[in-house]
Write a protein that binds this ligand. Sequence first.
Ligand code: C2E
Ligand code: CA
Ligand code: CA
Length: 409
Amino acid sequence: MKGTLLDNIVAAMENNELQAYYQPQYNPRKGVIGGAEALVRWVKPDGTIVPPAEFIPELEEKGQVSIVDWFITEEACKTIKELGDKAIKISVNFGREHAKDEHFVEKLDKMVEAYHIDKSLLGVEITESDVVAEKEDVIAWVQRVEAAGYTVSIDDFGSGMSSLSFVKDVPAKVLKIDKSFLEDNCQSEKGRITLESVFYMAHRLRLTTVVEGVETKEQLDFINTCDCDYIQGYLFSKPVPHDEFFNMCTNEAPVDVDFFDPFASQTAFGQVRALIDAVYSKFHMVVFTNLTRDSYHVMKRETFMNTLLPETGSYTEGYKYARSMCKEEDVDTLDKAFTRENLLEAYERGEKSVVRIVGQRTEEGEYHKVAFEDYFMNHPDSNDVFMVSFIHYVDFSDDTYVGTVRFGY
Ligand code: C2E
Ligand code: CA
Ligand code: CA
């Protein structure tokens, strides 16, 4: 081949040999397309396709990849425009040099304006390894792109090129989980725990999740237990040329996802049941309380406990009853820990739990050492503070009787 790679790429562009392929991303529960990634292909006149791995890395190396990226961006904009009200978000890969481009947002804006498309339909993918700028510059760059109305995805998360601190600091909204997590077909316990933890982190950080490289039903079934937002992989579709993609977006019925609902299936439901049974068999009483609204209900109670605490009511009233049954010398301990005010205060302080053991009398006048373990939770929507109390008799082991103030474990 004569000329430099860049010369050949420019020539290929002029001959319409450079094309955008699109790989749809599916909602794994509904089987409908929710987004897509644009991927460059070099289609030679004889029909052979040169994959990006054969020219993108070299262009990146030389700082010449942006010509391809802007070409693909423009193709994506055209496709979005053509799809009209059937349009879905299309994400484009942006290599190394863009994070240093001060006019990046301006160029994106110009392009979406030229095609009169909604900015929210154009996504920007970056990989940590691609970024050559200083971290602070990258953070500022992503902030500007997001602030301008585009969604930024962190690509290849977990590939070894993308670190936890990158995810922590870069204000992107989407995490694309690398296919290397799926290598063992989601069959090993270690692999599954690792993937679960990635999703746990992503959900806690309120990131949208996309898993790449899903090829098998086994992988899909496991990923579905992790509450993933989008699946991108050969199982649903390979990257396809423009016309095929257009048809998929406009005509295609949802694919049959055969959704594996963890709560309906025997195994996972069985696991949840086993966990609940274990909790319920360990504790003699379990109480659920909304501290903010001062209400509780008893979820489980052994009859041998012989209390007259109503099944449900106001926490403050229920507490008065518990206090009236408390051993004289332990009342102070009980009050410091379990009045509604003190519990709310402990929660505000950042305590995860409040645990005490005090002497409690049954209705028959018999005293027992009773452990109260209260765990706090915050409802993300209402902001109410919830508490689950695990209560059990601990007479059998004298050394657990502390009777003094103790916070947490
Ligand atoms: P990427 O951004 O991680 O893109 C996903 C790659 O995974 C694509 O390879 C896609 O075809 C492949 N893939 C998708 N589903 C599966 C699956 O189920 N199994 C397997 N084994 N692979 C799957 P592709 O298209 O060959 O692209 C390779 C890389 O080249 C991309 O990785 C991206 O880093 C780069 N690239 C592609 N197009 C562009 C572009 O326009 N600009 C830039 N800067 N880079 C691009
Ligand atoms: Ca990508
Ligand atoms: Ca990727």
